[in-house]
Design a binder for this molecule. Sequence first.
Ligand code: PMT
Length: 379
Amino acid sequence: MSLPQHIPQVHAASSSNQFSTESYFQTQRPPTGLDEKVNRVTAFSDKWRQVGKKVVLVTSGGTTVPLESNTVRFLDNFSAGTRGATSAEYFLKAGYAVIFLHRLHSLRPFSRHYSHSLNPFLDLLTITESTSPDGQPSVTVDKKYTATLIPILQAYHTARAQGTLLSIDFQTVNEYLWLLRAIAKPMSTLGRKGMFYLAAAVSDFFLPDDKVAEHKIQSNKGTLSLEMDQVPKVLRPLVQEWNPEGYIVSFKLETDQALLIPKSRAALSRYGHQLVIGNDLHKRKYEVVFVERKQQPIGGILAPRKGKGDQRLLGAETPPVAEIELDGEKMFKPVEEYSEKWLRLADVPRDGREGEIEIEEVIIQELVDRHEKWIAAAQ
Ligand code: PMT
């Protein structure tokens, strides 16, 4: 029996790697333009820190995984960036300065209301023939759309005039990881006034630099088999090293609703951050669940110091601890109890309001409160 001769493989199955966060950043090339983006974030954070404003980093959209360095093909995921773009608007409304770290060409605050599929912009406009001597027709917004457009336009102009929205884009998972790490540093000067709202759908798998085909993979060779390596979870270093004072909110996406709460609890326990917002893929636009510890430890978790046998205490309080094994390491952590709060659009009182209510409005109201308490707890 003859075997296929030329199956293109991006890399051999036997050579897969386990990347720690450290080894990832030691081996993977930083994206071009990183410094310029980080400088913009630094200037933005400094400006708002000086006036005591709260700053939130909203991550948004999917990440791509290129299959070739001269990229023709890439793997992607479903996220359009609706959660992130919508949330950014409500954070601005709640008085935050917003760093919007988004996937290139995904939805953006304000313009999201008029994307090419939803309310196409050209449909709003009409041409009015000129009555003036120059004979030039003018373009106006059709009257039936102005009532909806005006508040959106006003909020957009306010954010522009005040400089409260900074947009930074990424495309690949590698760009996302480098940016997140680099941005966490200038944001750490904000202390507890900084919030991380990690709504991006980050790929769990990638092709390391040394295993990516340089040129377009040829299609005339049969099948294409890929073996990808695991992207290290960056939540742990974010919480424990890069920005230990920030209020950190991660999202947990599942397609099996029964997994939402156990997986969200596991993430809290594993990474030691403040809040996980669980969402089911199919119900995410009208239902989410907040999962958090019943007592927020003022500090965090007790863990072995990297590479050394001793332990360190992150934070001031020492709640009762339990010894557990995590990723092969012995860890000490608080015995935790959790609470869950479901937010459902169906339960939101309308109070005479007309029109659609978005779940992100409800999420951000809840978060502002919790973030205030987080800030106050340190004082
Ligand atoms: O954009 P939309 O269409 O509106 O969809 C919104 C959303 C469903 C994408 C969003 O609400 C959401 O759930 N985002 C997180 C999806 C996700 O990546 O879940 P996860 O279970 O794979 O990861 C959990 C958390 O770990 C995430 O907050 C992520 O930031 C973080 N993570 C992920 C990968 C990685 N290598 N390191 C990480 O720290």
